[in-house]
Design a protein around this ligand. Structure first.
Ligand code: GLA
Length: 382
């Protein structure tokens, strides 16, 4: 039996009827493009949230978080976000969206545990949402397809939890595939699996461990700056998101926008282009070009989108200076979180050495994970 099944058995005195595991993610390139209906190139990582579920006779959900050592009980109807419910809000959010969409579910006992670090920008909340939605879908035979699972999960995050994220994190948690990155068009939700056959290359995630205070407010600010730019662009050329515009279109309206808004839009337009180029480079196994594009992406997130921070910039710079590193960039929303670095495996030790002074300078340690491109959400056979 898997660990989560054992915890479920201990807590509820019954075996789970279904166990699901949903991965976290790292985005290789294409940040702050998803809510502009652009392109992203993430991969699912070999860190997961596990959900065990069994039916109850009443209409309550009893949710047990092993990692928070906490149990919450709530009814199926009239669910509300409550700050003090913390982790359980994601579960309530999924239940609430399922009900709103007319799916019939019953009461359940639920156990959750995982090894995606929380608050690190590796999408532990998306993995939790996707895992819970998929487990309910399986147990109550709701027949929901995987893209819809991602949409339901995003809706729970946007409308219930109140974080206005795009759809990348939830989508990659359902779409992930071993040894592949996934190129996603976040407007059409079309996607393409891009082989990521790592032989002597590795993908290293470095968690800056920066406390992430500013994330939500700055994220929403960036979103509205992009929206403002589109309003101006629309007056000259048809379109509904930054995705529809080129650098030339932007040039024409430069004088009409404050500098900060101009910079945001330039990032998004360039980043979309970079994702397409990076996808092509990866298809050819051209890690050198891919790495350069990662570096350009970091510079743009730092200088134009202004979502990096000294710790991330420092980590990335040390990586760039290390022999055997193809590319390195901050990944995800920013203001802390992680960097992602593509390097030769014989460069890992020198990279570790290069960032050895981090704790002395910033006062806390970074964590390093070597990530393998992994499978998306699935039912675990136990
Ligand atoms: C967060 C959001 C995503 C995406 C990234 C930035 O991870 O949840 O939807 O916008 O930031 O690329």
């Amino acid at each position: 039996m898997s660990a989560v099944s054992n915890f479920h058995l201990e807590e509820f005195n019954e075996k789970p009827e279904i166990v699901v595991k949903a991965p976290g993610r790292v985005n290789l390139i294409g940040d702050h493009t998803d809510y502009n209906e652009g392109f992203v190139l993430p991969m699912a990582i070999d860190r997961y949230i596990w959900i065990a579920l069994s039916r109850r006779k009443d209409s309550h959900i009893v949710a047990y978080s092993v990692d928070h050592n906490d149990v919450k009980k709530f009814g199926l109807q009239n669910l509300r976000y409550r700050k003090e419910d913390k982790w359980a809000n994601y579960i309530k959010g999924i239940v609430s969206v399922l009900e709103k969409k007319g799916y019939t579910i019953g009461g359940a006992n639920l156990t959750v545990t995982g090894n995606v670090p929380e608050g690190a920008g590796l999408s532990s909340s998306a993995a939790l949402e996707v895992g819970v939605a998929y487990a309910f879908d399986g147990l109550f035979e709701l027949g929901i397809d995987k893209i819809e699972i991602a949409k339901i999960s995003q809706e729970a995050e946007n409308d219930f939890v109140g974080v206005k994220c795009g759809i990348m994190d939830q989508l990659i948690s359902v779409l992930g595939k071993s040894d592949h990155a996934v190129f996603i068009d976040t407007r059409t939700l079309d996607f393409e699996y891009i082989p990521l056959n790592l032989k002597s290359e590795r993908i290293v995630i470095t968690n800056s461990n920066v406390p992430r205070g500013l994330v939500d407010s700055e994220y929403n600010k960036r979103r509205s700056e992009c929206g403002r730019c589109v309003e101006v662009l629309k007056e000259r050329k048809n379109g509904s998101a930054l995705r529809d515009y080129s650098f030339e279109d932007l040039r024409e309206i430069m004088g009409l926008l404050p500098e900060s808004v101009r910079k945001r839009c330039m990032h998004v337009v360039d980043e979309n282009r970079r994702v397409i180029d990076a996808k092509e480079a990866l298809k050819k196994g051209d890690f050198v070009t891919f790495g350069r594009l990662m570096n350009r992406s970091h510079e743009s997130l730092r200088d134009l989108y202004e979502v990096s921070c000294p710790e991330l910039d420092w980590l990335v710079k040390r990586a760039w200076e290390t022999e055997g590193v193809y590319g390195s960039r901050m990944t995800g929303g920013g203001f802390g979180g992680c960097t992602v670095t593509l390097l030769r495996d014989d460069a890992i030790d020198s990279y570790k050495q290069a960032i050895g002074q981090y704790e002395k300078i910033f006062g806390f340690r970074p964590d390093i994970y070597i990530a393998t491109p992994s499978q998306g959400v699935e039912v675990e056979v136990f």
